[in-house]
Ligand binder design. Structure first.
Ligand SMILES: C[S@+](CC[C@H](N)C(=O)[O-])C[C@H]1O[C@@H](n2cnc3c(N)ncnc32)[C@H](O)[C@@H]1O
Length: 750
């Protein structure tokens, strides 16, 4: 789903006022739109008896929902913390004489990993119990263990049913909350004993260049060697090629097992949160988007394997953007059918897809038309509104299409946003059947090659695949810049407009490359580390600063396709980066926090240093502690370590009421006399809160700067809104100085 015209205004664009869209600041009596009522009543969108409760729900603030994300083990442990610690502490809270409801699990979400709570922002700021819970959410969100996401937006990936061997395409992916879910599914079988590298691939695409960087930012929280980001118009997506057999020069089109079409839409299902829609809603939003939505779905249908699955979704409740698109696409692709998923997620309250609707051609909804033919006779009177096509109306054979198998989620059913999901499958083998009854207007042709600009190569420095923080109408700048992969080599990527593309090539290193060999040997990785899948971002294959790891399939795709033709913005995951050693110490490559889960299974076990809870507490709660400040028995261990990067392991344990419920691995930097945790401040705070129940005390430098600037820790829950904007209120800290804390590194805990 997504939006078109409202997007810039809703998402905290440069000129948006922070309070403009806060539902707690506008009166219910202002939430009216006569056209909206007329249009949806003409559609019989809900039974007449439900109309008032439907409207009431649309005018109520949306509860906050979040998903416990990331690797399975940490997700379960974090979920237990919410259940066993936070829910009891929030169960008897009163505020201004009112009892507040504690968070509850969404009944339909698998394994109870999604939650909802509904308290005003004022409570989050002022109630000590909710404030503590809010801080926990803020910090766990920062490190990617919690994803704030609208409940309904979690649905499409669940219905897509992705497995680790699947080739998956996310056609309209930015900013990536569903992409993150797809990545989690691709990595569902990761363990520490076998490799964490799935055999499949996820290609996440968005036509907006700047927004593709949000995608990369989001996915850095779940690093994957099987991940690629492209920047193309999905309705015209070029064929990705693969060798027809290993070693063959002949290429064939890569067909996907699973495709998500979460298309741009009018977004009226998000009206509870984006209350500006009450003012601006018009039926023309949906009318105008129908064509693009259909072309995107039709292109996906040409890119899917026989027996494969497509999920089409929008956050609009308008049938013109939903059932009409599905009907037109099915008619032009008879090898597809709608899947009956009524028994999947049985707790989810839903309504069947509509089989009849009446488009309108005028924004005042003074007339609706039962058929295109009825509309066509009036074209001369309505003039400019003639962009409607027969495809905007229900086809004659709706029964044969099983449109009732589509799912409609309405706000009053389970206190959520409004949403639409349809699950389509292609026949197992391509069967050529006669086209269905009526020819639709949208084309069903192979796309033309997209226009691509040749990238300007700057061989002296490497391109940064992710961090690009120049102005973006939808994004709080600090939130992108501060948590992202560090900028490399100072090579700025221009982001003016939505379409410029300037990326460096992807060059695979030879496994015999001396720098790679020395890096692998210094980090004591085993012989089965897939060193032939390591790439750098420059045309010469020079190891300038960072190395990225892909899986076999991603490598094949990169080698078989011109990266400018598929406008490839990112591939694989960054695993090693060069670290200057400081005075008298050679620079060396270190494992990045975000690459740790990928590299860990290849790390020789005797290269991992085991610590206990006391050591962990000292590392977490202090800044660059001296080796001599650790307990005596551990000092020789620290002193015996080579200077540079090491991995420390902490088994589950307890200390004075603090609890580490699962094994934890962290990267450590050993310098001359001190050691430090190589995680950024936010990750360190999240760990401190989770295990020791308090934040890291400020460093001397922070104290000084706090006095000077009255700086504050982040206080808002960072979230990606439905439709893709980063929460306006997201504020992140600027990472501080010194090796290990100078760069944002995602803490990986297992
Ligand atoms: C907001 S929604 C996607 C939400 C996303 N799936 C998520 O869960 O975070 C629609 C997205 O489609 C993108 N878009 C619009 N037109 C497109 C096109 N022709 N091809 C590909 N992407 C497009 C928009 O830039 C927007 O990011």
């Amino acid at each position: 789903m997504g939006r078109s015209r409202h997007q810039g205004r809703r998402g905290g664009g440069k000129h948006a006022k922070a309070d403009e869209y806060r539902t707690d600041l506008i009166q219910k009596s202002d939430m009216h739109n006569e056209q909206f009522y007329a249009y949806y009543q003409a559609q019989n969108i809900v039974p007449q008896d439900d109309w008032e409760s439907f409207l009431d729900a649309l005018r109520s603030p949306l509860p906050t929902t979040f998903r416990v994300a990331g690797s399975r083990q940490i997700a379960e442990s974090l979920n237990d913390t919410i259940k066993d610690v936070h829910v009891p502490s929030l169960s008897n809270v009163t505020f201004e004489d009112q009892k507040l409801p504690p968070p509850v699990q969404l009944p339909w979400y698998p394994d109870g990993l999604a939650w909802q709570f509904n308290v005003p922002k004022k409570v989050l700021r002022k109630s000590p119990e909710f404030k503590k819970f809010h801080s926990f959410l803020v910090f766990e969100t920062e490190v990617g263990n919690i994803s704030r996401q609208e409940a309904v937006s979690m649905l499409p990936p669940l219905f897509l049913d992705v497995k680790p061997h699947h080739m998956v395409m996310d056609m309209c992916a930015a900013p990536g909350s569903k992409t993150a879910q797809l990545l989690e599914a691709l990595h569902a079988q990761d363990t520490l004993t076998s490799t964490s590298i799935p055999s499949g691939v996820l290609v996440a695409n968005d036509s907006d260049y700047k927004r593709t960087h949000l995608l990369i930012h989001q996915s850095a929280r779940l690093p994957s060697p099987a991940f690629m980001v492209t920047n193309l118009d999905a309705s015209n997506y070029p064929s990705i090629r693969l060798p027809s057999a290993p070693g063959s020069n002949k290429k064939e089109q890569l067909l996907f097992d699973r495709i998500l079409c979460d298309v741009p839409c009018s977004g009226d299902g998000t009206i509870r949160k984006n209350i500006g829609i009450w003012k601006s809603w018009s039926p023309n939003d949906g009318n105008g988007l129908h064509g693009l939505q259909l072309r995107i779905l039709q292109r996906a249908m040409k890119m899917l394997k026989p027996d494969g699955r497509i999920v089409y979704s929008t956050c609009s409740i308008n049938p013109v953007e939903n059932e009409a698109v599905i009907a037109a696409a099915l008619e032009s692709n008879p090898e597809y059918h709608l899947v009956d998923v009524s028994s999947v997620l049985p707790e989810l309250q839903r309504r069947p897809g509509m089989t009849f609707w009446r488009p309108t051609a005028d924004r005042y909804v003074s007339t609706t038309y039962e058929s295109y033919e009825a509309f066509a006779t009036t074209i001369s009177q309505v003039g400019a509104a003639t962009k409607l096509t027969p495809g905007h109306w229900p086809p004659a054979n709706t029964d044969a299409l099983n449109l009732d198998r589509c799912m409609r989620i309405y706000p009053h059913l389970q206190d959520s946003g409004g949403f639409f999901v349809a699950v389509l499958e292609r026949q197992p083998t391509e069967a050529k059947s006669a086209p269905r009854e009526r020819k639709r207007t949208a084309e069903n042709v192979e796309p033309t090659e997209p226009e691509t600009k040749k990238p300007r190569l700057e061989p002296e420095s490497e391109a940064l695949p992710s961090n690009n923080s120049s102005s973006d109408a939808y994004v709080d700048q600090t939130s992108v810049a501060d948590t992202n992969t560090p900028t490399e080599g100072g090579n700025e990527i221009p982001t003016s407009g939505g379409g410029s593309f300037k990326e460096m090539p992807y060059t695979f290193l030879s496994p015999q490359d001396p720098t790679l060999i020395s890096c692998i040997s210094r980090l004591r990785l085993s012989a089965d580390f897939p060193s032939s899948n390591v790439l750098v971002r420059n045309p010469e294959g020079d190891v300038v600063r960072s190395m990225y790891l892909t899986n076999d399939l991603t490598k094949e795709i990169i080698l078989a396709n011109d990266f400018t033709r598929i406008r490839l913005n990112a591939a694989g995951t960054k695993v090693f980066t060069k670290q200057e050693g400081g005075k008298g110490v050679d620079a060396q490559y270190r494992i990045l926090g975000e690459g740790l889960p990928v590299v860990l299974p290849y790390t020789q076990t005797d290269a991992i240093v085991t610590g206990d809870m006391t050591i962990l507490k000292h590392l977490v709660m202090s800044h660059y502690p001296l080796c001599s400040s650790f307990e005596e028995s551990f000092q020789p261990v620290l002193e015996g370590l080579e200077l540079g990067c090491h991995i420390f392991k902490f088994p589950p344990g307890e200390l004075d009421g603090a609890l580490l419920p699962h094994e934890l691995f962290v990267p450590i930097w050993k310098s001359g006399v001190s050691v430090s945790l190589m995680v950024d401040k936010k990750a360190k705070n999240a760990l401190a809160l989770r295990v020791f129940g308090k934040e890291v005390p400020p460093s001397t430098r922070e104290k000084k700067s706090k006095t000077e600037n009255d700086a504050e820790l982040p206080t808002e829950l960072v979230g990606v809104e439905e439709n893709g904007e980063v929460d306006e209120s997201s504020k992140m800290e600027v990472a501080e100085d010194g090796p290990g804390e100078g760069e944002p590194i995602v803490l990986q805990a297992f």
